[in-house]
Design a protein around this ligand. Sequence first.
Ligand SMILES: Cc1cn([C@H]2C[C@H](O)[C@@H](COP(=O)(O)OP(=O)(O)O[C@H]3O[C@H](CO)[C@@H](O)[C@H](O)[C@H]3O)O2)c(=O)[nH]c1=O
Length: 520
Amino acid sequence: MNVSFSTNSLGIPANSSRNRLMSLRENTKSSEEWKSSTKRETLGSLEGELAKLLSTSSAEKLELNRTELSGFRNLFARFLRAKPTVDWQKIEPLPEGSIRPYKNLTPVTDRDLIAAQLNKLVVVKLNGGLGTSMGCKGPKSVISVRNDLTFLDLTMQQIQTLNKTYGVDVPLVLMNSFNTNEDTEKVLRKYANVKVSVHTFSQSQYPRINRETLMPIVKSLEGEDNECWYPPGHGNFYEAFHNSGLLDKFLADGKEYCFLSNIDNMGATVDLQILNFVLNPTAGQVQPEFLMEVTNKTRADVKGGTLIQYEGRLMLLEIAQVPKDYVDEFKSISKFRIFNTNNLWAKLDAMKRVVKENQLEMEVIVNPKHLDRGLDVIQLETAAGAAIKSFRGAVGINVPRARFLPVKKTSDLLLLMSNLYDIDNGSLTLSHQRSFPSTPLVKLGSSFDKVKDYLARFNGSPDLLELDHLTVSGDVWFGKDVSLRGTVIIIANHGERIDIPPGSILENKIVSGNLRILEH
Ligand SMILES: Cc1cn([C@H]2C[C@H](O)[C@@H](COP(=O)(O)OP(=O)(O)O[C@H]3O[C@H](CO)[C@@H](O)[C@H](O)[C@H]3O)O2)c(=O)[nH]c1=O
């Protein structure tokens, strides 16, 4: 990323090596001074712009806008202070015991103990994302995942079942963004009779900044130009949850821990063993204030964040923080074996402490965007898992893959909608009829990117129980009751179309060329 205060090259060294060294030092010093004075000026200019923006606020929203812009100012100051990528040589091996195997957790069977622990829990779902990348309008959480049930329906069903089974009242909190708030509130009305107390709050809305000038592109707080604003990543949760008043409310209600996860992760159900682990540490062990569920990386997970040891602390490393030359190394399964599922557990009183004492030094992720109006902007974001370094006794638990069933693409939907998964009260589990525990690797071409197109191209879900690997590319259509087994590759070249006939069984086959099936 090219930011306006990037360093100048050093001056040309003088004759002798001693002179050269001194001159280099002076230049380095002056270059450093120049950089920091430029940063001070940039921050000063930004503060001026934010003050101008605030003066356009309506009286009723003035306090809210002041808090929001001050949060943005602090994020911007951190962005100026920090390097956008990590120093690769400073990554150390994870210390012994920082990641524990899930199988070592103590099982809990005592129903009274389970109920007492559940009553201390708040479930939070990150619901600020849109369905745009899957070609859908509105919040991602209203996309149908299985049996016409959406992410939100399935989440509500899961929590209702938990509440009924144990006679408890675990609340569900949705963190919306300005992009999803209105639609989510409308959808929530349909759950009036569901026995789950649902709370919502909106995360912050920060101004996008011009990539060259680093100043906000928005000129007034009163306009409706959504392209000028962005939700600053899920790391904003801690501050926004605190600012919403919900953190204090739950603490006053006697809640102790929250379980936070991506709403598009269908494997992120409440896990009673992890809950017991965080609330009831074994003798001689300190209670962790924060827990990150990690899982073993496969070739399908190359983009996920990973845990590293950095400057003496556990740190979440996201792909955006990796220097360009090391991206392949970051993606490899051999060096970074685990990744963050974004299923996170955090102690509420500790969360209040770190927010109030300003201890949340989450790394700033710079996300460049090109706007429809032709402008290059950047948005500054943080990731929720990056808070791991700010909490005491933080640990990682290496959980089974079943706890990570994300839906990022239609290829994920293909798996979850199929007979590979059973559904029970909103929870999806890998079918017992599959004879091996790994999930197939599926790649669908760009004709399948949008949910609408994907649904049109598959006439019902194919049987995937014995599938290992599926690649589909081009204009391909699937008839009813198709069975895909082993490795199947179907390629329709440009200008060709392949109709897979109804009832076909394709086992370890490559299909290419042209195959039309027409009504007559
Ligand atoms: C950027 C943003 C996202 N969200 C929601 C939308 C999703 O439900 C959820 C995850 O957002 P995504 O942008 O999809 O994040 P993703 O790329 O999956 O990355 C996260 O989840 C990955 C696992 O999927 C982890 O490996 C990464 O460390 C973690 O940062 O958070 C918000 O609620 N607010 C936001 O501002």
